[in-house]
Design a protein around this ligand. Sequence first.
Ligand code: NAP
Length: 242
Amino acid sequence: MKFALVTGGSRGIGRGISIKLAQDGYFVLINYRSNQPEAENTLAEIRANGGDGELLKFDVSNVDDVNAVLGGWMSQNTDKHLEVLVNNAGITKDNLMVFMPVEDWTSVISTNLNSFFFVTKLLLQNMLLKKNGRIVNIVSLSGQKGQPGQVNYAASKGAIIAATKTLAMEIGKKKVTVNAVAPGFIKTEMTEHLNEDEMKRLVPLNRFGTVQEVAEVVSFLASSKASYITGEVISVNGGMYS
Ligand code: NAP
């Protein structure tokens, strides 16, 4: 059995990724923060499709929580190697910087950026020792080109892109790859407040994307087919960034 962890795997893009990795044959650890019913729905769908997984509730922005819950799972399952990590959990708290409270800067940076360090650091050593690992970071078009109202979010995603490239250089010799996937507008709760009919005019493919379209790219990057790709950012944005 192959093992994968998807942070924020309970809803939206993370759910799509969890379901796809389960179809690819992984036992999926589905992390979530608070919405247990949605996490259970995701696991039920995986099981209905013949796959399996487990729910792991922890706050990715809290290092003590990450170490206690994820670290605890690892020490109770020393025979199981988490070979795929998808750092997907993320939040937005949009505002023009001039009006942005410091708490909204801090919480977005903690959830989207610090989480990458906390979670990846726990799994990295085993990946390096086993010379087997795939890390996929979900970033955003905002982190590539900037987006007014998203100074906090764009900074967190841009920093993850820089960390992706740097970590790829550090660990390539150990056959562990680290890549990023940068979605544009994808239909999830994060974008449900947007007027799709209006916003889709910005997209060359003239529609928002689906979670499955992001999950397919993550699945590819997690597979042996992507063995010579590392430090890369792959856009899934309908042609918005060109
Ligand atoms: P979403 O529908 O709001 O789902 C967010 C997921 O992250 C949920 O499973 C949530 O768990 C989890 N989560 C949030 N904070 C967490 C924390 N502190 N600890 C653990 N889990 C946490 O968001 P989404 O649209 O799927 O976005 C997923 C990723 O894609 C994010 O990194 C986002 O920045 C990125 N992205 C999304 C879009 C888009 O258009 N949707 C575009 C570009 C990039 P709970 O349900 O328990 O809260």
